[in-house]
Design a protein around this ligand. Structure first.
Ligand code: HMG
Length: 420
């Protein structure tokens, strides 16, 4: 029998503070409807320098191991996917290993390709386990990032921060990944990048949306070709994409998931054999189907709308949001996942939701993580954004959470919140 491999459990970490997106719109003299319905945002996480990619990754990983009673000697690989690391050489994963006192006998490394970095790590871990090389061991993959464009920029309402830690194993209680069906599409483009030494990303916003949609088309068609060959989906009365119960997208802002879904449907409508003749305009109208978006996409976006872009973690935040609400209902059903990283790389893959998804999601305690946040004013958000990266607010971390305390002799020192 083919070995099942995939996501056994997950946990999230978010900054302690956030702003309401309508407050931000008013402060910038923008109609709040542009941010709420134009971009699909509600709230935006605000990280201070104490909540860097290491602190968020360590906090999420500690929660993952604690709430699922994971024996650390089971872990043979620890990967952090991030595009906002803290050193040109020492990986974020190495800090996480040290802070959590994890055993030495494991591979520890970071993966980087903009927002795609987390998926690169998940596929490395999944295929390592599927190949048999892991010999029964599991992997932890952490997606951790601070999305930062700067004050008064077009990208400002699409910032955010957070981390999702995932346990990858032969017991995929959350999602058994369809190993080998993945479709990839990569291109050398300058749509979004962050030159060395800069804290803020540089972005060609509208072009980046077009790059995302082009790469999605290539990746989805690659997956569909393999999924058709394996009879996972079929051409028939319904389109192949419609045969997935839900489709999750990389979510730089929630409205992007709607644009992505329209593009995916357009791929099916354009390629359908024996489809009745229709014009490009008619196909575009059909691709926009609000009913299809509501049925397949909308229910996954709750956490993304409250946290904002989390680069590598955004797709997995959508997975957490989906399974938190619908884990029980979706057990045994196949979903699609579309990862995108600027620069650019896209990967479409699929998996089957596990029977224990609802139970595992209850262990993640996401509602209590979200309830622990504090709403701040725009003046406070601007103060935090203006803090130098080496000057974190001196706040005691919550029990079980980590924070950067100081940088001395070019070394970063982190503290852990005492158990309550
Ligand atoms: P913008 O130019 O300020 O906004 O930038 P806009 O004029 O395009 O308006 C946005 C939407 O609001 C439009 O909707 C407007 O019609 C609507 P659309 O036509 O697109 O459907 N709108 C309104 N709606 C209601 N009431 C109103 C109103 N006014 C306008 N009054 C942009 C928007 C997203 C480009 C900008 O915020 C940006 O540059 N963000 C960062 C880049 C980004 O997120 N790109 C996404 C694709 S690339 C990606 O996903 C990778 C990434 O995550 C990085 C990585 O890989 O590492 C970014």
């Amino acid at each position: 029998m083919k070995k099942l491999v995939g996501i056994e459990a997950l946990a999230i970490a978010v900054p302690r503070r956030y702003v309401d997106i309508e407050d931000l719109a008013r402060a910038r003299g923008v109609d709040p409807a542009k941010y709420t319905s134009g971009l699909g945002a509600r709230e935006m996480a605000v990280a201070d320098p104490g909540e860097d990619s290491v602190a968020l990754a360590a906090t999420a990983t500690a929660q993952l191991l604690r709430s699922n009673n994971v024996d650390p000697s089971r872990i043979g690989m620890l990967v952090v996917g991030t595009e906002t690391g803290v050193d040109h050489s020492k990986p974020v994963a190495s800090h996480v290993q040290g802070l959590l006192k994890l055993p030495r006998a494991m591979r520890v490394f970071d993966t980087q390709h903009a927002c795609y970095g987390g998926t690169a790590g998940i596929m490395a871990a999944t295929e390592w386990i599927a190949s048999g090389a892991a010999a029964g061991r599991s992997a932890v993959v952490v997606c951790s990032d601070i999305a930062r464009y700067g004050l008064n920029t077009a990208g400002e309402p699409t910032q955010g921060a957070g981390s999702v830690a995932l346990l990858i194993s032969e017991q995929p209680d959350l999602l058994a990944i369809d190993v080998g069906l993945n479709g990839s599409c990569s291109m050398d483009v300058y749509d979004f990048w962050r030159p060395l030494g800069r804290r803020e990303a540089v972005v060609d916003g509208h072009y980046s949306i077009q790059c995302y949609l082009d790469a999605l088309s290539g990746a989805y068609r690659g997956w569909r070709e393999r999924a058709l060959a394996h009879e996972v989906v079929r051409w028939g009365p319904s389109l192949p994409g419609d045969q997935l119960s839900r489709i999750l997208y990389h979510v730089p802002f929630c409205k992007m998931a709607r644009k992505a879904h329209t593009q995916l449907r357009l791929c099916d409508l354009e390629d359908a054999p024996n489809a009745p003749a229709s014009t490009a305009e008619a196909r575009e109208e059909q691709a926009k189907s609000a009913a299809s978006y509501e049925a397949q996409v909308a229910s996954s976006l709750g956490l993304n709308a409250r946290i904002g872009n989390v680069y590598t973690a955004s797709l997995y935040l959508a997975l957490a949001g989906l399974l938190q609400g619908e884990g029980e209902k979706l057990a045994g059903q196949r979903i699609g996942l579309m990862s995108y990283g600027s620069g650019c790389a896209a990967e479409f893959f699929s998996g089957v939701v596990g029977e224990k998804a609802a139970k595992r999601m209850a262990q993640a305690g996401i509602e209590s993580v979200m309830a622990g946040r504090e709403r701040v004013s725009i003046a406070e958000y601007e103060r935090i954004m203006n803090l130098p990266y080496e000057a974190p607010d001196q706040i005691a971390p919550a029990p079980g959470a980590f924070r950067l305390a100081e940088i001395k002799d070019h070394k970063r020192r982190y503290v852990e919140g005492a158990a309550s």
